[in-house]
Write a protein that binds this ligand. Structure first.
Ligand code: ADP
Ligand code: MG
Length: 618
């Protein structure tokens, strides 16, 4: 029998290996920009066409390559960065495997122009699918330019699986962010289809974070600094009150390299324990420096997972450093859970268990004989119009003595199963009864069958949502003009999102215009809202919208109304005056669907009197 084992030709081997290193255009951007950093560049320009599918061009002012090195660079395992196995334990550079260029050249059309400062002429190399087409002296600037065209031209399966341009571009932006944040001293410019997406000047760490993520972050950032014998940590964390609904802005870097580290992430999150509103995530940008020998960056081909020798100790150090920063900025000590005005941490409600009521807070100013005061201090809470009011007068008559069945909403986007949660209860008059606010989150009021508990934020979301629906249906849109129009600057991703929903926002009463690149001017806000800080509402609205289920977005208008309702509703922790509580209840029961929030969550629940009796039976 003849021998059947063969060595794969280099081109094929490279193509297979390429799959590991280069998964999408963003991987090319990452590898080439990292090479530019390693080459000592102080300026890097990235020029992308069609999310990198057509062109990726990267120019740096680094050290350049000699004609021989330029050719060698494309060989597998060709690297100038390590020469012995020992060097592996002292890596300070981004690359060291010598795989990237060989991989890219195997699956694309690559043109390299490079010149070292001391050389008169530079080198031009053109390679397509590992085949060298041209190598010749050429006039070049100092430094290096790579042009990558037709990525995956010979790997149709890979090309076919590339996602839409918006997705591929997002990955590219993420890679740039991960490189830009730890390297503020390097000027980085990113163009997409000739439009500038980032123009990041040379600056310091803090300013770079703000340049990347937008000015809104500036007030939120708190310095973290800690130096121990095993690790030096410097960076910034976001104050809890600025925490966002998405996890986007959380970054760890070690020795200038981005890393994912779920274990250290927990240390950060635990430091914020009890400081965050539910389902929100703080921003953090933590840069660690440590001896290269104490970490192993070799565990993952794309090198975002890193092993630490002393991970438990580092965990403790991170945790302590963040607690200390939060404490210094008065975030921690100001918390006092048992006093009114403190931050409230809502506890998830488990209705199946015996309910233990925490101490009830009684508004000391409450006087049942007071006339309800007009006007509210809740800021965003709005009274119904007089016409609505008329309809609502004596709304409780509706409930008096009769069995009321509140049906859950049947609209499909609520995602709620309508066979569940049918409430049947009868209500007595509220007037003259004490209605209490509990933990600045719940409103408690006795009803005939027991104790009704209303979630104040969800109730307000429902009220606002129904108002927005009405506004969208009507022809005349009321917009509240801002005395001082606000400009709002966004990161490219948010700016694109805002543009895509701008028309729907206009129909809700916003008056927002584009005002230069990624900047918008807010001239007016919906008349039904009492907005004190328009930029904040727009920002929260975008956050909510980003978080909404993707399939719900086909009903864009409704979804935007839901997002806006969530963004502008009363926050938990807002102390309500008696008149405001009454108004909220009035408005809630004037809604078509009072017992579910617009995204299908329970607004109210009734604890039956039998449960009380049961718990006192012994
Ligand atoms: P690695 O970065 O792991 O060494 P690469 O395949 O990415 O492997 O690059 C191979 C070599 O090519 C590098 O070690 C470096 O010597 C050279 N090189 C690549 N890009 C540049 C650049 N922009 N400027 C100067 N030299 C470069
Ligand atoms: Mg490299």
């Amino acid at each position: 029998m003849s021998d059947i084992i063969q060595l794969l030709p280099d081109a094929v081997a490279n193509q297979i290996a390429a799959g590991e290193v280069i998964q999408r255009p963003a991987s090319v951007v990452k590898e080439l920009v990292e090479n530019a950093l390693d080459a000592g560049a102080t300026e890097i320009t990235i020029n992308i066409k069609d999310a990198g599918k057509t062109l990726i061009q990267i120019t740096d002012n680094g050290c350049g390559m000699s004609p021989t090195d330029a050719r060698m660079a494309f060989e597998r395992h060709a690297t100038s960065k390590i020469s012995s196995a020992n060097d592996l334990f002292a890596i300070r550079t981004m690359g060291f495997r010598g795989e990237a260029l060989a991989s890219i050249a195997a699956i694309a059309d690559v043109e390299l122009r490079t010149k070292m400062t001391e050389d008169e002429v530079g080198t031009l190399i053109h390679i397509i699918g590992s085949e060298v087409k041209t190598q010749e002296p050429a006039a070049c600037n100092n430094g290096t330019t790579f042009l990558i065209k037709n990525l995956f031209f010979n790997v149709p399966a890979r090309r076919k699986f590339l996602k839409a341009n918006t997705t591929e571009l997002k990955h590219i932006i993420w890679e740039i962010q991960r490189i830009a944040l730890p390297n503020p001293e390097i000027k980085i410019t990113l163009f997409h289809n000739n439009a500038p997406l980032y123009e990041l000047p040379q600056t310091n760490h803090r300013k770079r974070i703000v340049d990347v993520f937008g000015k809104n972050l500036n007030n939120s950032l708190v310095l973290v600094e800690e130096e121990t014998s095993i690790v030096k940590i410097k960076g910034f964390i976001g104050q809890p009150k600025y925490a966002r609904k998405t996890m986007g802005e959380q970054f760890f870097f070690v020795n200038g390299r981005y890393m994912r580290h779920p274990y250290f992430h927990k240390a950060v999150m635990l430091s914020y324990e009890q400081l965050l509103p539910p389902n929100t995530f703080p921003s953090y940008f933590l840069f660690m420096e440590m001896a290269p020998a104490d970490i192993d960056i070799n565990v993952h081909p794309t090198k975002t997972e890193i092993k630490f020798e002393n991970d438990r100790a580092i965990w403790q150090i991170i945790h302590a450093a963040i607690r200390e920063s939060l404490g210094k900025h008065n975030v921690v000590p100001s918390i006092d859970f048992d006093q009114s005005g403190s931050i409230d941490i809502p506890v998830p409600q488990k209705t199946n268990e015996n309910i233990v009521f925490p101490d009830i807070q009684i508004n000391p100013e409450y006087n049942p004989f007071d006339e309800p005061k007009q006007g509210t201090s809740g800021g965003s809470y709005n009274k119904p119009t007089s016409a609505e009011k008329k309809n609502l007068e004596n709304w409780e008559d509706l409930y008096r003595g009769t069995q009321l069945i509140l049906k859950p909403e049947t609209q499909s986007f609520t995602g709620q199963n309508s066979s569940e949660n049918l409430y049947a209860h009868s209500m007595e008059q509220f007037s003259g009864k004490k209605i209490l606010q509990l933990k600045q989150k719940y409103i408690l009021t006795p009803v005939k069958s027991g104790l009704m508990v209303i979630d104040q934020k969800r109730a307000h979301e429902r009220i606002l949502f129904e108002k927005f629906l009405e506004v969208m249906k009507s022809d005349s849109v009321a917009s509240q003009q801002q005395l001082f129009p606000q400009t709002i600057e966004m990161n490219p991703a948010d700016s694109a999102l805002l543009k895509s929903i701008l028309n729907d926002l206009l129909s809700l009463g916003f008056d927002i215009r584009e005002f230069g690149k990624d900047t918008f001017i807010i001239n007016g806000t919906p008349g039904v809202l009492d907005v004190s800080s328009p930029e904040l509402i727009v920002e929260k609205l975008l956050e909510e919208y980003k978080n909404s289920p993707v399939d719900a977005r086909s009903k864009a208008k409704e979804q935007i109304a839901i997002s806006l309702a969530k963004a502008s509703a009363l926050e938990y922790g807002t102390e309500l005056k008696q008149a405001e509580i009454d108004q909220l209840i009035d408005d809630l029961f004037a809604c078509a669907t009072p017992n579910f929030s617009p995204d299908g969550k329970k607004v109210l629940t009734i604890f039956p009197i039998e449960d009380f009796e049961k718990s006192f039976s012994k």
